[in-house]
Every structure is written in structure tokens, then in C-alpha cells.
Design a protein around this ligand. Structure first.
Ligand code: PMP
Ligand code: GLN
Length: 392
């Protein structure tokens, strides 16, 4: 009998940690600070806009590259935030979430055996997407607690087969935003080795003190950079799965070459609503950030009060905490114990590492939650600390 199971490219990845931890959260009745999904709804004007699109009969396939009003809204907003002018007809591909865009980039760009530089910890789909496209991931470690790019470590990962470098800022799971030195390093290496840079900027609106700036504005980067965005993050609608890639024509064409066969198009009514969303006034984004800043501050203060060591994330909606005070050997053991006995779900960041031992003392808490959810989780963590906190 032939092998009916998962193929060898995907077998090593098993089940994604997000499905596993969400299932455990449900099983144990835990407050779920695992998967990065808000427990509140996106803005009313956006829901109304999607409902209107459905009522107006916009129920058929969209243009493959994205609805014209959406690709225009994407380039308009990008021009406002970055100062870069792009052609909405040529330089944008709308995808089913940024997750599809990442896969499309790999499928559209890589020849078998081409190498892709990834920085760990990374969103878990990166490495699976490289594998699905027949590429080879070369992993550079960002060392805790600051998760900065080290130029020597990056140089050591480059070979004549390196084709792509994938950079993520604001960063999941650390919340780090690339500083000027790191940006200069990325630019130097990309230009020196003629790399394509995939710049995952899905948390572009989730910065707190230092404003996010796209990498595409740096010298020599425009023509080699694919910028990824996601409606789900900036409008708290992760389940809508509307994402996009912005790139100069030849790179956009590579992404599109895969996208046309991967999904062909993202759902039409949601694209129509996304166009409305991106035309929101600056005040929407300011308020959005202020709400998230309050969530972040509550989360970090609470984690510290419960004995965790935790840097203040500069962006994204994750707090990466050190759980050494609880005396567990590794992050999976800690997170499994916490979800069962503390009734709080977090993500063991080993899922984001090749070198899993680097994550042993860490746990990721998502704070894209109502303040009362965060408070409830912190109450439970504080009880958990009383029962188990003296093990460390
Ligand atoms: N990149 C990063 C860094 C992410 O954290 C995520 C999802 N949380 C994505 C991409 C995928 O975004 P989407 O939900 O739009 O597929
Ligand atoms: N990227 C989200 C996170 O880091 C989850 C996405 C997913 O569930 N695939 O939590």
C-alpha cells in the first residue's frame, strides 16, 4: 500500500502550536493568552461595510490581484505612512491573510535548494513555507532578552545559495522593533549579497514608543523588498484572513504566480470592507494604539508582579516572559502545567525556534484581549504563583 500520510516535507512540523494550545485552553477552561487572536470584535464600521458588500451581491470571485478599491487603499495608506508611491494595479497582491502571502513568496521565488535566512524566534509558518517550496531555511538566532540582529551571526548564515532574507518587525514573539543599527545591518547584507527581503510588517500599526518604519524606504531596498501586511492585526479581525504583499513589479509577479493557484483571491466582501478600513482616519489608528498600550502596560506590570522577568515589548501584542521563578525544565512543560493547573494558556516559544533549548525559560502571553480578560488571567497567575511559585 502506498504511503497515505503526510509527506516528508511537512511531517517534521506536526501540529501547529496554536491549534494545540487553543484546544488545551478549551479543555481546561483556561483564559486563553496563547494564540494571538483578540477576544473582542473589530470596529463596527468595518462589519457594516462587509454586511453591505454581501447585501449588495458582491458574492463572486474578486479580481485575482485584489479588488481595485482595496489595492488602491493599500497603496494610498502605504504612501501616507512611508512616503513611497506604488502602483496599485501592478505592485500589490491581496492574499488570504499574510500567512498565504508568506507561502506565495516562497513558492513564487525559490528554486529547489535555494536558501532563506530566517531569524529565530519566528512565526511558525515561515519555516514550513520554506520547506513546502523546496527551499532550505538557514536560521540565525536573536538572543534573549533583547532579540537584536547580530551582524556576525547573520553573515555566517549567508552562502552562495542564499536568495531571500525574511525580517519581522515589530517582532512576534518578542515585540522588538529593529533599531537603526539593525536596519543598517539588514540593508548592508541585502545589498551586498543581492538578496530579496521579505519584510513581515503585519504589526505595523502596533508600535508603542518608537514609530514603525517600513524597511522598503532604506537605500537600495525598494526594488528588493516585499512588504507584508494584514488586516487581521490592524483591525482586530484575524478570522477575516485578508493580507497583502506590496512589491515592485517583478517581485509582485512572483508572488502573484503562486497566489493565482494557491487561493486565486481572498473573499470579495471582506476585501470590500478592508478598503473602507484602510481609509480610516489617523485618529482610528491613534486610538487603537492607545488601547493596546494600556493592555501592554497592564500585562507587563502583572507578569512582573507574578515573578516573571519581562522586557517591555516595543510593538506587536505579545509579551515574552521568563518563567525561571517557577522552576520548570522547559517551556512546553511550563505551559502545559500552567494551562492545566493555573487555567491560563500561553505559548511555549520553542515552537518558534530550531534551537529549542533557547526557549526553555520563556513563555509568550498575548495581550490582544479585553482589559478584564487580562485582569482575570493575572488573578489566576497570582493564585498559581502562590501554589507553585516557590519551585524555582
Ligand atoms: N506574520 C506574523 C509575524 C504573524 O504573527 C502572523 C499571525 N499572527 C502572520 C504573519 C499571519 O497573519 P495572517 O493572520 O494575516 O495570516
Ligand atoms: N500568528 C498568530 C500568533 O502568533 C497565530 C496565527 C495562527 O494561529 N496561525 O499567535
Amino acid at each position: 500500500m502506498r504511503n497515505l500520510g503526510v509527506n516528508s516535507r511537512l511531517k517534521p512540523f506536526g501540529a501547529t502550536i496554536f491549534a494545540e494550545m487553543t484546544a488545551l485552553a478549551v479543555k481546561h477552561g483556561a483564559v486563553n493568552l496563547g494564540q494571538g487572536a483578540p477576544d473582542f470584535d473589530g470596529p463596527e464600521f468595518l462589519k457594516e461595510s462587509a454586511i453591505k458588500a454581501i447585501r449588495d451581491g458582491r458574492g463572486q470571485y474578486a479580481r485575482m490581484t485584489g479588488l481595485p478599491e482595496l489595492t488602491k487603499a493599500i497603496t494610498d495608506r502605504f504612501a501616507r505612512t512611508s512616503g513611497l508611491a506604488c502602483d496599485p494595479e501592478r505592485d500589490v497582491v491581496v492574499t488570504c491573510g499574510a500567512t498565504e502571502a508568506i507561502l506565495d513568496c516562497m513558492l513564487g521565488l525559490l528554486e529547489p535548494g535555494d536558501e532563506v535566512v530566517l531569524f529565530e524566534p519566528f512565526y511558525d509558518s515561515y519555516v514550513a513555507s520554506v520547506a513546502m517550496a523546496g527551499g532550505v531555511a538557514k536560521v540565525v538566532t536573536l538572543e534573549a532578552p533583547h532579540f537584536r540582529i547580530d551582524e556576525a551571526a547573520l553573515r555566517a548564515a549567508i552562502t552562495p545559495k542564499t536568495r531571500v532574507m525574511l525580517v519581522n518587525s515589530p517582532h512576534n514573539p518578542s515585540g522588538h522593533i529593529l533599531d537603526d543599527d539593525e536596519r543598517a545591518t539588514v540593508v548592508r547584507i541585502a545589498n551586498e549579497f543581492d538578496l530579496v527581503v521579505i519584510s513581515d510588517e503585519v504589526y505595523e500599526e502596533l508600535w508603542y514608543e518608537t514609530k514603525h518604519r517600513t524597511l522598503a524606504t532604506e537605500p537600495g531596498m525598494r526594488e528588493r523588498t516585499i512588504v507584508l501586511g494584514s488586516l487581521g492585526k490592524s483591525f482586530s479581525l484575524t478570522g477575516w484572513k485578508v493580507g497583502w504583499a506590496i512589491a515592485p513589479a517583478p517581485l509582485a509577479q512572483a508572488v502573484r504566480a503562486a497566489h493565482q493557484f494557491a487561493s486565486f483571491c481572498a473573499p470579495t466582501p471582506l476585501q470590500a470592507a478592508a478598503a473602507t478600513a484602510l481609509s480610516a482616519p489617523d485618529s482610528y489608528f491613534e486610538e487603537f494604539r492607545a488601547e493596546y498600550r494600556a493592555r501592554r502596560d497592564l500585562m507587563v506590570r502583572g507578569l512582573r508582579a507574578c515573578g516573571f522577568t519581562c522586557e517591555v515589548p516595543q510593538g506587536s501584542y505579545f509579551a515574552l516572559a521568563d518563567h525561571s521563578a517557577y522552576g520548570f525544565d522547559d517551556d512546553f512543560a511550563f505551559c502545559r502545567h500552567l494551562v492545566e493547573h493555573g487555567k491560563v494558556a500561553a505559548i511555549p516559544p520553542g515552537a518558534f525556534y530550531h534551537n529549542k533549548s533557547k526557549a526553555k525559560t520563556l513563555a509568550r502571553f498575548a495581550f490582544c484581549k479585553k482589559l478584564e480578560t487580562i485582569t482575570a488571567a493575572l488573578d489566576r497567575l497570582s493564585e498559581y504563583r502562590e501554589r507553585y511559585g516557590s519551585r524555582g
